[in-house]
Design a binder for this molecule. Structure first.
Ligand SMILES: [Zn+2]
Length: 77
């Protein structure tokens, strides 16, 4: 039997989970890249409405997020 380590709960992602987000009464384990993607999604909501909270994100949105690459030292442009 495998001992399950905490992995990112999003489909197709095998990064280690570093964040736990509660959404719709459930807990989702997220890796850093997906957590960043979540923050970006919230920023998008916030900029169109002036405010946003995690509650406005649906699990479907969460599960469709693509991870943001983290830790690049190169400046883009
Ligand atoms: Zn992930």
């Amino acid at each position: 039997m495998n001992k399950a380590r905490d992995r990112c709960g999003l489909k197709g992602c095998s990064e280690p989970a570093e964040y736990v987000v509660e959404l719709d009464g459930r807990l989702y384990m997220l890796c850093r890249g997906h957590f960043r993607a979540l923050l970006k999604a919230l920023e998008g909501l916030a900029s169109s409405r002036g405010e946003a909270s995690l509650r406005e994100l649906s699990p479907e949105v969460l599960l469709s997020l693509k991870p943001v690459k983290v830790g690049g030292r190169r400046k883009q442009q």
